[in-house]
Design a protein around this ligand. Structure first.
Ligand SMILES: Nc1ncnc2c1ncn2[C@@H]1O[C@H](COP(=O)(O)OP(=O)(O)OP(=O)(O)O)[C@@H](O)[C@H]1O
Length: 348
């Protein structure tokens, strides 16, 4: 297990700055997700950690040691690509044992290891199959087994679940968690699905345009996003514009006390309150919160949840979602309330 540290990493392709002074600390044994939209630099970051690319600036440490001059095969890390990259002319067993063969491990030992890894990824009996004879989900398991064959201290997974359908994804998510916990590894995986990132990882680095916008637990990022990009990437959000007056936030004449519901922002910069849809309560008054009159203008049943759209007196629209409770009357006036603790402030 190794701690991984990226220090001020920058990378250019031609003249395009793809990574811009990235800093990231992954503790030994942690499972971390790199999350962000297509093209933000997630795969490039993994390739730099694996040693398939070198940075133009900055340092990469495994433990306390820089690995910039350490070759790919000596880094004790392994990168699993989303399109498996199995050797088509080799059996499943030979694919898994390939890295061990390169390291001079005897035939008997590497075959025994391949068999035990096939058990671990739940594919016993598949050793004699060729890649074209197995499904996409099975190929993904084989490529994981191949990666684990060399007992890596650092496992790097590039969108391991993106080619799999919904049910298989769940199985693979469980398998990745199980393998990570069993094998004493530090694992970093790339995804563009925020729910998957929250489900699997201890921490999430949310990336945008070559920068890490925020790094923390899923809950922290969801509840306390540092900016609108992060808030929107993590789900639906309502934004209410207001103003700071005498140390409080005012939305029209509604006063919201500013406690610690913002990060290191200068109070005077705050101009927006963010509210997640599930934190809006319908037709119940709260004491330590705001209460607003609104009209229901849309109701959508989405299975297990109802999504509503409301219009406030000043024309501002809000979305809310509730489980089960039904407020079915369109155009009817109702009361919306939000507890102060569920309001997060931002500067937009
Ligand atoms: N070898 C390369 N040469 C030139 N440009 C590259 C190279 N590799 C990546 N890029 C560019 O760098 C940017 C970041 O690519 P990267 O693959 O890291 O993004 P990503 O966040 O992993 O995206 P995705 O989710 O689509 O895989 C993209 O604009 C891409 O076109």
């Amino acid at each position: 297990m190794k701690k991984i540290e990226l220090v001020n990493i920058s990378k250019k392709f031609d003249n395009d700055l793809i990574l811009d002074k990235i800093n990231l600390n992954v503790e030994a044994g942690e499972l971390v997700a790199l999350l962000g939209p297509s093209g933000c630099g997630k795969t490039t970051t993994l390739k730099l950690i694996a040693g398939l690319l070198g940075p133009d600036q900055g340092d990469i440490l495994f433990g306390e040691k820089s690995v910039l001059n350490t070759k790919v095969e000596k880094r004790s890390s392994v990168l699993v690509f989303q399109d498996y990259l199995l050797f088509p002319h080799m059996t499943v067993r030979d694919n898994i044992a390939f890295g061990l063969k390169m390291r001079g491990v005897s035939k008997a030992k590497r075959e025994a290891k391949a068999e035990s890894l096939l058990e671990m990824v739940d594919l016993p009996g598949y050793s004699h199959y060729y890649p074209h004879e197995i499904s996409g989900g099975q190929k993904q398991r084989v490529s994981l087994a191949r990666a684990l064959a060399i007992d890596p201290e650092v496992l790097l997974l590039d969108e391991p679940l993106s080619n799999l359908d919904y049910n298989l994804r769940e199985d693979m998510q469980n398998l990745i968690l199980e393998l990570h916990n069993k094998n004493d590894m530090t694992t970093i995986f790339v995804t563009h699905d925020h729910e998957e990132a929250m489900l699997l990882s201890d921490k999430i680095a949310i990336m945008n345009k070559g920068k890490v916008e925020q790094y923390g637990s899923g809950e922290e990022i969801y509840k306390k996003p540092v900016n609108k990009f992060v808030a929107d990437f993590f789900g639906t959000a309502n934004y209410i514009k207001g103003r700071i007056e005498k140390g409080s936030f005012y939305f029209n004449s509604t006063k919201i006390p500013l406690k610690n519901q913002f990060n290191e922002l200068n109070k005077n910069e705050i101009n927006t309150a963010m509210i997640r849809p599930e934190n809006i309560e319908i037709n119940s008054k709260v004491k330590n919160g705001i209460n607003l009159k609104a009209e229901i203008i849309e109701r959508k049943f989405i299975g297990g949840k109802l999504n509503y759209r409301f219009k406030l007196k000043n024309g501002h629209e809000l979305v809310a979602s509730t489980f089960i409770e039904d407020h079915n009357i369109l155009n009817e006036e109702c009361n919306l309330s939000v507890k102060f603790e569920n309001i997060w402030f931002m500067a937009l």
